[in-house]
Design a protein around this ligand. Structure first.
Ligand code: PLP
Length: 389
C-alpha cells in the first residue's frame, strides 16, 4: 500500500459535536450513572421502534441473558440458536444452565432456516425458546419462525444486535417476538461505545428484566433518588445482575437515535454502490437483500463454484490496498467449546459452514461516502482480476 493512501477501516463510529456536548452536559451535571437521561433514551427508543417499553442495558449480551432469565430458562431446558452468530447468542443459554440446540442457515443465506428450525423442534425435547438472529441487519423470515415457535410452545427472543433500524411490514425487527435485544457496541449503526436495549410488549417480562437488571432490587435507581420515599429504602427480591446503562452513555445514544434514519440512508447508498459494482461479476455473490435491511454488514461472498475462489486471498489483497475487512461469522459449532460439548463436526451444519468459508464483510459506515466505497469496490475487482491495488 502506498504510504500516502488513506486506510479505510472496516467500521467507524459517527460521533460529532452533538454527542460531545451531550456527554459533557452529563459529566458536568454531577449524575453519571443511570438516571433521567437513560429514562429519556428508553422512552425515545421505545417510540422509535413502536413498543410500550424499552430497557437500556450495558450490552446486548446482558440483554440476551436478562431476556432468557425472564422467560424462566434454566437447567433441563433447551434453546434453539443459529450456529451462524456471535458468541454471546449461545453463551447466555449456558449461563442459565440450559443447553443449546443449533440450527443451520438456509442455503445461500446468513439467517436461520425455518425448515431447519422445524426439524430441530420436531426432534429435540424440552425446547423452551428460539433465538433468531437478524444477521447483518437483514430480518429473518419471522412470518415463518414465530408461528413455528408458537406451535411448539416456544418463546421467541430476537437477537437484533445488528438490526437497527430494520423496518418490516409487520413492524421493526426486534419487536416481532416476545423480547428483542439491540446492541450499541462501537461498530453498530448507532453506538454508545458499549450498550444495548431490550424491548418487549409483555409487562410481566419487562418488570422481571427491569428488576434483574439492577441487583434484583424492587426500586429503579432514579426512583430511589427522586421519590418521596427515603432513598435508602429498598428490598432485594432476587439475586440480580448489574446490567444498567449509565446516563453518560445514554446521552450519546439519544443523539445517535436522532440520526438513525440518516445513517441508514448512508449505508443503503454504500450497499447500492457495492451491489452495482459486483452484481455482474461471476466470481462474486451479492449479500442476500430484502425488506428492512439495516446494512449493518455488507457481507459479500466469493463464488465457491468459480475456479480459484479464494476468500482469504481477497482479504489479504484488500489489506495490502489499505482496506480493513472482517468475517461474519465463524459458526459456533466449529468452536472448541461447542464442538466438544455436543460432539459436533464442521459439516454438522453444512450451509453455515459454506457461508463462512466464502464470506467477507467489506467496510460500510456512515461518513464513509461514495468515493471510499468506490475505492473499495475497485480494489475488490482489481484483486479478483489478479492485480494488486
Ligand atoms: C449477533 C450478535 N449478537 C449479540 C452480540 C453482542 O452484542 P454486545 O457486544 O452489545 O454484547 C453481538 C456483538 O456484536 C452480535 O454480533
Amino acid at each position: 500500500m502506498n504510504p500516502s493512501t488513506e486506510f479505510i477501516p472496516f467500521a467507524k463510529p459517527s460521533l460529532g459535536p452533538e454527542e460531545e456536548e451531550a456527554v459533557l452536559r452529563i459529566m458536568r451535571s454531577g449524575w453519571l450513572t443511570t438516571g433521567s437521561e437513560t429514562l429519556a433514551f428508553e422512552r425515545e427508543f421505545a417510540d422509535f421502534v413502536g413498543v410500550p417499553r424499552a430497557m437500556a442495558v450495558n450490552s446486548a449480551t446482558s440483554g440476551l441473558h436478562l431476556a432468557l432469565e425472564a422467560l424462566g430458562i434454566g437447567p433441563g431446558d433447551v434453546v434453539v440458536a443459529p450456529t451462524y452468530t456471535f458468541a454471546s447468542t449461545a453463551a447466555v443459554v449456558r449461563h442459565l444452565g440450559a443447553e443449546v440446540a443449533f440450527c443451520d442457515t438456509a442455503p445461500g443465506s446468513y439467517n436461520m432456516d425455518p425448515g431447519a428450525l422445524e426439524s430441530v423442534l420436531k426432534t429435540t425435547r424440552n425446547v423452551r425458546a428460539v433465538v433468531p438472529v437478524h444477521v447483518g441487519g437483514l430480518p429473518c423470515d419471522m412470518d415463518a419462525i414465530v408461528p413455528l415457535a408458537r406451535r411448539y410452545g416456544c418463546a421467541v427472543v430476537e437477537d437484533a444486535a445488528h438490526a437497527f433500524p430494520s423496518r418490516t411490514a409487520a413492524g421493526m425487527a426486534g419487536t416481532l417476538g416476545d423480547i428483542g435485544v439491540y446492541s450499541f457496541y462501537a461498530t453498530k449503526t448507532i453506538t454508545t461505545g458499549e450498550g444495548g436495549m431490550v424491548v418487549s410488549g409483555n409487562e410481566a417480562l419487562c418488570a422481571r428484566m427491569s428488576r434483574m437488571r439492577m441487583h434484583g432490587i424492587d426500586r429503579e435507581v432514579w426512583d430511589r433518588y427522586t421519590s418521596k420515599k427515603a432513598s435508602w429504602v429498598y428490598e432485594v427480591s432476587e439475586a440480580g445482575f448489574k446490567y444498567n446503562l449509565p446516563d453518560i452513555l445514554s446521552a450519546m445514544g439519544r443523539v445517535q437515535l436522532t440520526k438513525a434514519d440518516r445513517f441508514l440512508a448512508e449505508r443503503q447508498a454504500i450497499a447500492g454502490i457495492y451491489n452495482q459494482a459486483f452484481g455482474s461479476h461471476s466470481g462474486l455473490v451479492l449479500p442476500p437483500s430484502g425488506t428492512g435491511h439495516a446494512w449493518h454488514l455488507y457481507s459479500l461472498r466469493v463464488n465457491p463454484r468459480e475456479a480459484g475462489a479464494d476468500r482469504d486471498g481477497l482479504i489479504a489483497a484488500l489489506a495490502d490496498a489499505g482496506i480493513g475487512c472482517s468475517v461474519h461469522f465463524i459458526p459456533l459449532h466449529t468452536m472448541p467449546y461447542w464442538a466438544g460439548r455436543y460432539a459436533l463436526e464442521p459439516d454438522s451444519y453444512p450451509n453455515a459452514l459454506a457461508m463462512y468459508q466464502s464470506t467477507l464483510s467489506l467496510p460500510i459506515w456512515q461518513g464513509m461516502g461514495p468515493e471510499r466505497a468506490t475505492r473499495v469496490a475497485e480494489a475488490v475487482l482489481s484483486a479478483l482480476a489478479g492485480g494488486r491495488s
